[in-house]
Ligand binder design. Sequence first.
Ligand code: SF4
Ligand code: FES
Length: 227
Amino acid sequence: MSIVTILRRETGGVESCEQTFEFDKSFEGTVIDLLNELHGRETLTDATGAPARRICFECSCATGNCGACAMLVNGRPALACEVAVQEELRRAGELKLAPLTAFPCVCDLQVNRGILRDRARDTGLWLTGQAHEAEDGFFSACLQCGLCAEACEKYHSGKFDAPCAYAAADLVVALDGEDNARRKAVRKALKKPFLCPCKTISCESACPQRLPLRQAIKRIGGSLFSL
Ligand code: SF4
Ligand code: FES
């Protein structure tokens, strides 16, 4: 048998603890397939044989298209439905799952990414009629998965918004740039300074959609700075 270790926390709890589960050594599938397999067991017991409560996690499309299953797989921000269990075991020699740390934990692997929606609302993105038809298609491409925030050191320090928020703002300004009131609202919505001091582009490496976040942050920074 193989082992998966899951960082668990009860709804409303503050303490987390690891729990291990056994699964078939020849299991073929993704991390989400494995979580669904554990979820579907008639009685869930941990690796010691003790009864365990159902595991909370989010999954919708299971094809890398919705962002719901974003989590840490062996410490790396990833979409769980895009990580093959056997490949990960071969690569890391173990399989450890934990919730994203950039957002409040709701329960086990489920987090509350509402702040991403709040930023999109505050920047007025949803009022930008043409957003979905924009040539770069940013917003329809962004999954709001939060992996860029998880990978961003500045976001964790509380001094910077999620990279996707700046990129969304960049789209709003690109589409409604003539509207000064809109630009001012965007400026107010984002944390300052707008300029990203980081050289790692870890947000771009973590983004499953490979969105040009660095370029967007640079552009929006320059544009709002002059207001
Ligand atoms: S920009 Fe990329 S990593 Fe960030 S929320 Fe959107 S899809 Fe996810
Ligand atoms: S479940 Fe939709 S991206 Fe993984």
